[in-house]
Design a protein. Sequence first.
Length: 172
Amino acid sequence: MSMRFLQGVPLLAIVANLIPLLHFHFAKVFRERGYELSEGSYALMAAGYFSLVVFFFIDFAHEEKIRYSDLIAATAVYAVLLFVIASEILIRGGAAYLTRWRGEQWSKELDYVYLTLGAIGLVISTNRLEIVDQRLTLPEFIGPFVLATALVVRTIKTRVEINNWNRISTAE
């Protein structure tokens, strides 16, 4: 019933490991001197968190039952990692590329992605209702991850609009 690779590791320790990633990401975003990590170190840290998410999926796929706290921890790690990676891509030129390609309205188009993922997550999550006769063959733990992805897309959209990442830079 408990995950093999994290057996005995407290849930708080798993989630607390996100603090360094978030610290360095937001310190860089807010341009605080002295808190910069080299791109290689940053990529290595992200790869470590990505491997943790992969291990969650591997363990979940082999378990008959998953503890609720493990699912919450895995979903939180996944969502934070996705948020940081998507933000970094946008900061490092992705937003400028999307603005050139789709215009300043591209951030509003994120609503379509958000709503589609939310609908898919809802369909997957309702798969476990007892009243449902025909069930999807997907693992049930996928639903929270799809919903978390939708929430991350919505959070990124808000961040893009607040920071004006979708605006054409006049400094060029």
